[in-house]
Design a protein around this ligand. Structure first.
Ligand code: DNO
Length: 388
């Protein structure tokens, strides 16, 4: 396993020399300034890579090389978009960057309703409150069909929340829901979000899967030739949302994807936080099944409530047995880059104004805990093989 850290580039409030002090050796980043669908120029990649190397790191993973919404919607002639994606991969490979993370979530990336939910012993975490999401869908977006997606308890709480919410509460909720969109990309207002959702009208899971399969058929052979490892990030949360279909949420979805184009170049970003929010997912079993095709790991934990709400727990707390997941990856004995995915805002984190979920101290704590588990498991494995 390779210790890595997500850095948002020159505008990140956490600098490379600071990241060096965490002990991580790999940087995970992207050219966030380039609009979706455009080619990443080789010279720009080279310059960013040089900056990363000069600070003593390796650029171990691109997160993300985003997929244009038109590809997800299967909209019109996509040949130029596919060609651009292949060209970006070729330019990255030419500059020695060969692991590429992406997602296939329509419209939104990760979705939370609270960016600073209080944690028992101090600090704050990201939270998804089902009733607030229901209130957003039903009353702010006017999507009556959303009623079918929530428990009666969540619907009741949603109605009360909406009655009591001020204009500023509603603006904060919209802002929180939009915050998962990475980097400087456009956030939607209500009208913009409605328009973006309309683009997916009538597109069900099967159609989205077909569009995804077509993307894989277009890019995986080129990735194979270039020595690129693609790794899809799971849906977060792993369930349909805003009436949008989701197709990377559980073991069956992942099997479908890996078989759609059965190549080592077509792999997975194993995100314990995203997958862990689906109560049906057995994370250690999935880690054992998919370790061979996992090219990147995001490690964090969640604590789930019966109504579909969840919040981000400390890395070794929460519902996921992180030690068992790590044991599965270590048994596979592959150099998988991993990063402490998200972290609580702790101590003076809040004052920095970093990206939601990406504070310095909280992630440093997560990385240190994960590093400790990995060291302990390594010691046990060596002791056992010595005995054998
Ligand atoms: C959240 C991240 C995701 C991830 C993308 C990959 O913090 O895990 O935003 O970067 O979904 O494309």
């Amino acid at each position: 396993m390779i210790e890595s850290w997500r850095w948002y580039g020159p505008f990140d409030k956490i600098t490379l020399p600071e990241i060096a002090q965490t002990g991580a050796t790999g940087i995970v980043t992207a050219l966030h300034e380039i609009p979706y669908g455009e080619v990443w120029p080789r010279a720009t990649i080279a310059a960013r890579h040089a900056e990363i190397r000069a600070a003593g790191f390796d650029w171990v993973v691109v997160e993300s090389l985003p997929i244009h919404e038109r590809i997800k919607r299967g909209d019109g002639d996509l040949s130029a978009l596919f060609a651009n994606y292949r060209q970006s991969m070729a330019n990255l490979a030419a500059e020695g960057v060969t692991t590429i993370c992406y997602n296939f979530m329509p419209v939104l990336d990760w979705t939370r309703t609270d960016l600073a939910a209080p944690v028992a012993r101090g600090g704050s975490c990201l939270r998804f409150e089902a009733s607030k999401m229901a209130a957003f869908e039903l009353y702010m977006l006017g999507r009556a069909e959303a009623e079918a997606d929530y428990t009666p308890e969540a619907l009741q709480k949603a109605a009360i929340w909406h009655q009591q919410a001020s204009a500023s509460d509603k603006a904060t909720l919209l802002h929180s829901i939009m915050s998962g969109l990475p980097g400087a990309y456009d956030r939607y207002d209500i009208a913009g979000l409605k328009a973006a959702l309309q683009g997916y009208d009538g597109l069900d899971q099967d159609a989205l899967r077909a569009n995804y399969t077509r993307f894989l058929q277009e890019v995986v052979p080129a990735a194979e030739d270039l020595g690129i490892k693609l790794c899809v990030h799971p849906d977060d949360p792993p369930r349909d949302i805003l009436g949008l279909p989701r197709i990377v949420s559980d073991a069956e979805d992942i099997r479908f994807i890996l078989n759609a184009v059965d190549s080592p170049a077509n792999g997975l970003t194993f995100c314990t936080g995203s997958l862990g929010a689906n109560p049906a997912n057995d994370l250690p079993a999935m880690a054992r099944e998919f370790a061979g095709r996992t090219h990147f790991a995001h490690l964090r934990n969640v604590r789930k409530d019966p109504d579909g709400s969840f919040e981000e727990a400390a890395h070794l707390e929460g519902d996921t047995d992180m030690v068992a997941v790590l044991a599965a990856f270590l048994a596979a004995d592959r150099a998988i880059p991993y990063r402490p995915d998200h972290g609580h805002e702790l101590l003076d984190d809040a004052a920095r104004g970093t990206h939601p979920g990406y504070p310095l101290v909280g992630r440093l704590r997560g990385l240190a805990e994960l590093r400790g588990v990995i060291a302990g498991l390594g010691h046990l494995a060596r002791a056992e093989s010595g005995r054998a």
